[in-house]
Design a protein around this ligand. Structure first.
Ligand code: UDP
Length: 278
């Protein structure tokens, strides 16, 4: 598509969103039978699947770390995921995205719990529409939780950009192509940033505002991630057994004790009656 004359018209973006709006987002946890954990995510026009395997034995063995699990992350774009067919296999872009995405999640994984093992994360982009790296991180984070990998928290990610001199949340494809800046960010729920990249230029003030917008976006995405896990596991966990209050328990015990005493007395009377008859 050729460059649109304007990307923002009367305060609205070309897809009808306001500057602070995310695209529609839908998570589904546990979609793959053979993976230890998985997640399917639709993030605007992006369709992403994440699969997690492990902790498992490391091959080749010389990659083992005696003190912690190693984390591996493979971001891969399907050839049919983009308008112009992408050549299959890794390239500079996918190697870079795999590295920064791995680092954005590695810092919340409790790697010391699994020495000499590997946690493998595969992210497949089935359909791309700008923001695939942040979509991949969001899906991978849910897949890690689905696999039961111990983590300090979930990681949520979204991009902020600048188009027509306006800061906007979650760039779409045209905004990514023709905008002035693109700032993908990942963070923990407490606001610790685990990924921050930037294409283009922002002033210091714009950068601060962009961070706040990203934080707001990540907060919302975090809720959706938790919701996806609750949907899968909420019904599976039985409610905790209700313990009777202490006073009630004491009453019941006393009742049982009284019944035992009565029974004992009856037995004794019967035996005495029997002896007298003899
Ligand atoms: N893209 C493409 N072909 C490629 C790589 C990327 O059409 O080989 C598109 C795709 O829609 C992607 C967008 O360009 O989402 C922006 O790519 P970028 O490198 O900025 O990463 P992303 O925003 O996806 O994390």
């Amino acid at each position: 598509m050729s460059k649109p004359e304007k990307l923002i018209i009367d305060g609205k973006r070309l897809d009808g969103r306001g500057a602070q709006d995310l695209r529609p987002i839908k998570f589904k946890a546990g979609v793959l039978k053979r993976a230890d954990g998985s997640c399917y995510l639709e993030f605007g026009g992006n369709k992403v699947i994440a699969a997690v395997y492990g902790p498992r034995e490391v091959h080749p063995r010389h990659l083992q770390d005696a003190s912690r699990a190693i984390v591996r992350y493979r971001y891969n774009m399907a050839p049919f995921s983009v308008e112009e067919r992408k050549r299959p296999g890794p390239d500079r872009r996918s190697i870079e995205i795999s590295k920064v995405s791995r680092e954005s999640l590695e810092c919340v994984i409790l790697q010391e719990m699994y020495p000499r093992s590997a946690i493998d994360i595969f992210v497949e982009i089935l359909q791309a529409d700008a923001g695939t790296r942040v979509a991949g991180i969001n899906a991978a984070s849910v897949a890690l939780a689905d696999a039961g990998i111990p983590m300090k928290c979930l990681v949520s990610a979204c991009a902020v950009g600048k188009v027509d001199d306006t800061l906007v949340l979650d760039l779409n494809k045209d905004e990514d192509n023709y905008g002035q800046a693109d700032l993908p960010i990942a963070m923990t729920p407490s606001g610790d940033i685990t990924l921050c990249q930037m294409d283009g230029h922002l002033t210091e003030d714009e950068f601060r505002t962009a961070l706040e917008m990203a934080m707001e976006g990540c907060r919302y995405i975090h809720q959706l991630q938790k919701q996806a896990l609750i949907e899968k596991y909420g019904q599976m966990v039985s409610p905790p057994a209700q313990e009777a209050p202490a006073a009630e328990t004491a009453e019941v015990k006393e009742e049982i004790f009284k019944e035992d005493v009565e029974e004992f007395k009856e037995q004794e009377q019967q035996e005495q009656g029997g002896e007298a008859n003899e």
